[in-house]
Design a protein around this ligand. Sequence first.
Ligand code: ADP
Ligand code: ADP
Length: 223
Amino acid sequence: MLLEIHQVGKQYKKGVWALREINLQLRPGIVGLLGPNGAGKSTLMRILATISQPTAGTVTWNGVDIRKKPDELRCTLGYLPQDFGVYPHLNPIEFLEYAAALKGLGGRQMKTRILEILELLNLHHVLKHPIGSFSGGMRQRIGIAQALLNDPRLLIVDEPTVGLDPEERMRFRSLLTDLSGERIIIFSTHILSDIEATADQIAIMSKGQLLTNSDPTVLLRNV
Ligand code: ADP
Ligand code: ADP
């Protein structure tokens, strides 16, 4: 599995580049995308999630241009946007069945999969409770659950720790570690401590550009 970002740029308004000449190669493991607000993290993630088009450059998934064959990536993509919304009156099973139906996934196997995911995310004790009654950390896990329905090889999570308390942040990090294995997980944050211990690769962004991209042990040796 290989996701390659080659000279990617994004212009929302003429003359203003939200992203410039981004080059990255991503392999299975956790990739931490670190940068302040406005750095371009969400813009890059939306392009990788195939919901926004780059103005320049190409992205390939296992060598195939995602603009030419988006479905090759979409069928194995999980995405948790920053502004992910839940239906507060639904319980986790109802919500995930609905999310699965929207993704064209269904059937008896999907019911089993939903229960497995809820167990994995430690939500099996609240199956019948409305999501509106959940804590921030539990809601984030619902967001992750919907992104895992298709057992994706590429999981993109945009600032998932915003609004979580320190303990919830810690649990969230260990969850991503459990989920990494044979997946590429891209995790954006503006807090270094979210990723310094868990990321296999850290890419630092500022003002639409990639400043560095390396193994955290190499990166943090010089701090
Ligand atoms: P982030 O917290 O990742 O920086 P933003 O607050 O920049 O997210 O963006 C939130 C939403 O608003 C996104 O859907 C983004 O596309 C949109 N948005 C951000 N900046 C602008 C802008 N200058 N003009 C129009 N839409 C914008
Ligand atoms: P980050 O996720 O790192 O906070 P974003 O990708 O949200 O950064 O934003 C990068 C830049 O692009 C910001 O200047 C933001 O205002 C701008 N931007 C983001 N989305 C839009 C949009 N839909 N339309 C116009 N400008 C946008």
